[in-house]
Design a protein around this ligand. Structure first.
Ligand code: ZN
Length: 261
C-alpha cells in the first residue's frame, strides 16, 4: 500500500498543520475557524473532486492523510468528454485503494456549450492560440458546477470541506483555475446554503514538478505516473505526448527528475 509520510507540514503546504481543517487551506474568505472548531470537532470530512488525473489523484491522497479514508468522498463527473478513460482511471483507483467514490453525469454541459474536449471531432488546441486567453479545451462554467455540486454533497454528509486540484501555475489559462475564482466560489456556495464550505486548493501554487514531488512524498509516484489520465486524448500514463495537458505534465516530470522543484 502507501508509504506513510512523516511530516505533514512539508508535504501538504506552506501553511502550518494546526488541525485538519487548516492543513489543505491556502486562504479562506472568512475566518470562521473558531466557530467551526466547535461545530466539527466530532467528525468532519471532505468531498474531493476526482477526475482520475495527476492533480486530483494527488489531492485524493493528500485528503486521505488529513481526514482519513472513511471521511472523504471522491466525486467524478462525466460531462461528455471525448473519452471515458479518465473516469475509468478514477474508478479503478477508488476500487484499488478502497475509496467510496461516486460519479455523476453532467453531460448537459456538452449541450449548452462548445469545447473541443466535448466535441467528438475537430482539432484540440496544442497551445493557447494567439490573441486568446485559453485553448479551445476550456469548458465554460465547468469548475463552478463541480464545486457547487461537491459543496452540496459535503453539506448532506455533514462535511465542510471541498478539495480540488486546480493550479494557477503551469496551467492552461482557464479562468476557473485561479485563486480569485475559488475564493469567490467558496463565499457564494457558503452563502447559498448558509453553511460553511471551505474550498481547499493544495496545488494552487505548485508547479507540475512540485506536484510530482508531492506524489513522491505520499508514496504514490508510480500510481500517478502509470495509472492516471491527464491527456486530452484519453491516453493513460504518459499520454499522447502532443496535447497541451501532456506537454505540461511531461515538462513537470522532466523538471522533477532533474531535481528542479
Ligand atoms: Zn495528450
Amino acid at each position: 500500500m502507501m508509504k506513510s509520510v512523516q511530516n505533514n507540514e512539508s508535504v501538504l503546504n506552506n501553511t502550518s498543520v494546526r488541525n485538519n481543517k487548516s492543513v489543505l487551506n491556502n486562504t479562506s474568505v472568512q475566518d470562521k475557524e473558531s466557530a467551526q472548531d466547535n461545530e466539527t470537532d466530532q467528525k468532519d470530512g471532505a468531498v474531493v473532486i476526482f477526475s482520475g488525473g495527476q492533480d486530483s489523484t494527488t489531492c485524493l491522497f493528500l485528503a486521505e492523510k488529513v481526514y482519513g479514508k472513511e471521511n472523504i468522498i471522491p466525486v467524478s463527473f462525466f460531462y461528455g468528454q471525448r473519452h471515458a478513460k479518465e473516469l475509468e482511471a478514477a474508478e479503478k483507483i477508488c476500487k484499488e485503494f478502497g475509496f467510496h467514490g461516486i460519479s455523476l453525469p453532467l453531460d448537459f454541459l456538452n449541450t449548452i456549450s462548445v469545447s473541443s474536449l466535448t466535441e467528438k471531432t475537430g482539432p484540440i488546441d496544442t497551445e493557447i492560440p494567439e490573441g486568446e486567453n485559453y485553448p479551445n479545451t476550456f469548458v465554460p462554467g465547468r469548475n463552478l458546477f463541480f464545486l457547487t455540486i461537491a459543496g452540496v454533497i459535503a453539506k448532506n454528509n455533514g462535511y465542510h470541506h471541498v478539495i480540488t486540484g486546480v493550479s494557477e501555475v503551469d496551467f492552461s489559462g482557464y479562468p476557473d483555475c485561479r485563486e480569485n475564482f475559488i475564493r469567490s466560489a467558496e463565499e457564494t456556495i457558503t452563502f447559498a446554503m448558509d453553511y460553511d464550505i471551505k474550498i481547499h486548493t493544495p496545488l494552487m501554487h505548485k508547479t507540475k514538478a512540485q506536484i510530482w514531488k508531492t506524489a513522491e512524498e505520499l508514496g504514490i509516484i508510480d500510481l500517478v505516473h502509470h495509472e492516471t489520465v491527464t491527456c486530452y486524448n484519453g491516453i493513460l500514463g504518459e499520454g499522447c505526448g502532443d496535447c497541451l495537458a501532456c506537454a505540461l505534465r511531461r515538462k513537470g516530470w522532466e523538471e522533477y527528475k532533474d531535481g528542479k522543484y
